[in-house]
Design a protein around this ligand. Structure first.
Ligand code: BEZ
Ligand code: FE
Length: 291
């Protein structure tokens, strides 16, 4: 092995890849680029040894607070815009399909299965605004898709998701709906309000280091899925919400902004939201990925 100097250290480490164990072509590609970028970053900012130790301690603190309710590394990735970037690289928009965005840390599997038009709200808040939401799910040619599952979740009018608030019933503001033979779905929910992502601990340290606030605009989360189609993980944003142009996790996209209009008398809700989704087939996603 060559002796290291400041000029050859990057090439020496890259040349060592796979020398004492088999690695795949993908592992080599990832590690080569990681080492070039990481060493380049250290040189660009002349990272001191003290700053390197500070970063190690920061990562140790982040790891120590991870549990089944808090995944600090995803949160740090969100604050850095890395989750939204990886999502766009994984799910590039190639045609008429709906855009995806970040999943975030608040999804719970197996929400209550609710009938057409039912409400996800199990508790009332003084400042709540009820919304009737409807739409169609189609393929990219406009053909209605029946039997599509829509998981929806959102924060309550107090800005908290139910699994972070002891005063909300289990699975409040979460539900699973299905499209009918026309690809139509309908549900009742509450207007989502802006809320701050967790900003204590290391997520807060990073936000302050970057001079950022923790807030997200009001949004409804969706997972739209049907066998044979690419699962869509996305969010609908309230066009009038604070922080729409300044989201702490950079996840807002133009096509995902919806209009919460005045409610229609026949629905008995304060607001009305129409939003359609288009799914592409799994085969279409795979052929693009292979290009
Ligand atoms: C969310 O939308 O629930 C979320 C996304 C990224 C980080 C934190 C929360
Ligand atoms: Fe959210």
């Amino acid at each position: 092995m060559s002796k290291v100097t400041i000029d050859n250290v990057t090439d020496v480490v890259i040349a060592s890849l796979g020398q004492n164990g088999d690695i795949t072509a993908r592992q080599r590609e990832i590690m080569t680029a990681l080492l070039r970028h990481l060493h380049g970053f250290c040189k660009d900012v002349t990272l001191t040894h003290g700053e390197f130790i500070d970063a190690c301690m920061f990562l140790a603190r982040a790891g120590s607070i991870c549990d089944d309710r808090r995944q600090e590394f995803i949160l740090l990735g969100d604050i850095l815009g890395v989750e939204v970037l990886c999502d766009m690289l994984t799910n590039p928009v190639t045609g008429a399909e709906s855009e995806s965005t970040v999943l975030g840390p608040f999804y719970r599997e197996n929400p209550p299965v609710l009938p057409h038009g039912a409400s996800t709200a199990q508790k009332h808040f003084d400042n709540e605004e009820t919304v009737f939401m409807e739409g169609y799910v189609q393929d990219i040619s406009g053909k209605p898709l029946a039997g599509v599952t829509l998981d929806i979740w959102e924060d309550a009018p107090n800005g908290l998701y139910e699994n972070h608030d002891h005063d909300q019933p289990d699975f409040n503001l979460r539900g699973r709906f299905e499209t009918d033979e026309n690809g139509y779905f309908a549900l009742r929910a509450l207007r989502p309000v802006p809320y701050p992502i967790p900003s204590d601990e290391t997520a807060g340290e990073l936000l302050r280091f970057m001079g950022h606030h923790p807030n997200r605009p009001g949004h409804l989360h969706f997972i739209v899925s049907k066998h044979g189609y690419r699962t869509l993980v996305s969010q609908i944003y309230d066009r009038t919400s604070k922080w729409l142009d300044n989201d702490s996790v950079f996840a807002v996209k133009d096509s995902l902004v919806g209009d919460f209009l005045p409610g229609k008398p026949e629905h008995g809700t304060d607001l009305y939201l129409r939003f359609d989704f288009k799914l592409k087939t799994e085969a279409a996603s795979q052929s693009i990925a292979a290009e």
